[in-house]
Design a protein around this ligand. Structure first.
Ligand code: ZN
Length: 209
């Protein structure tokens, strides 16, 4: 019985310490991390551009980043499939964003799944500095496995938007990006020449063929 009382006292003391450690400023409480994810051709970049525009309409300065991969990704812009374009900075390493984000109110990142795992720490540092983040990326790779850093980023997020595409074969809701080329690496860049969006049922039928 005595032991139990002692334990309760310790617990109460811990609660007080935790609550006094959280001193939010209004600026920090406004920080939001939003992840927009889905398969290929689901409108992720369109959603990202829409979220960027919404912040800009409120007078916020948004800096946009994307991984420098190859010619398709080295343009200094991001473009949705319906041809809406917005200026972006190419970076190879996530830490490069830390040299550039300070003048922004909001940091947006497209194709975030292609960055190495240090992107998670970089996003946390940016949020801790009072900046909101909008992150767009593939949640699943072509084998249907969680893509790189995406599970951690989705766990950190205040809001996760999961988009779907239209299944190429049955017109159902597609959550999978099926690779139709013979390349086997996880990262193989391409568009409709290499990938089709599929529902689970059609994906399972086709994936081992
Ligand atoms: Zn289908």
């Amino acid at each position: 019985m005595i032991a139990k009382v002692k334990k309760l006292n310790t617990s109460q003391k811990t609660d007080v310490n935790i609550s006094s450690a959280y001193t939010f400023s209004p600026r920090v409480t406004n920080v939001r991390i939003k992840v927009i994810c889905g398969p290929m051709f689901s409108g992720k970049t369109k959603g990202l551009i829409s979220a960027i525009t919404a912040y800009q309409d409120k007078g916020k300065k948004v800096l946009v980043f994307k991984p420098k991969m190859d010619a398709r990704y080295s343009e200094n812009s991001i473009m949705s499939h319906d041809k809406v374009e917005i200026q972006a900075t190419n970076v190879v390493q996530p830490k490069e964003i830390l040299d550039l984000f300070h003048h922004a109110d909001v940091v947006a990142i497209d194709e975030v799944q292609f960055f190495d795992p240090s992107i998670v720490k970089v996003c946390n540092i940016i949020a801790d500095q009072g900046k909101s983040l909008i992150l767009a990326g593939l949640d699943l790779d072509f084998q249907g496995n969680p893509f790189g850093c995406m599970p951690e980023l989705m766990s950190m997020a205040d809001e996760v938007v999961k988009l779907s595409s239209v299944c190429t074969f049955c017109s159902g809701k597609a959550r999978f990006s099926h690779r139709i080329s013979k390349d086997r690496g996880v990262v193989v860049l391409g568009e409709k020449d290499k990938y089709v969006p599929l529902c689970r049922s059609c994906y399972n039928e086709l994936k081992d063929q």
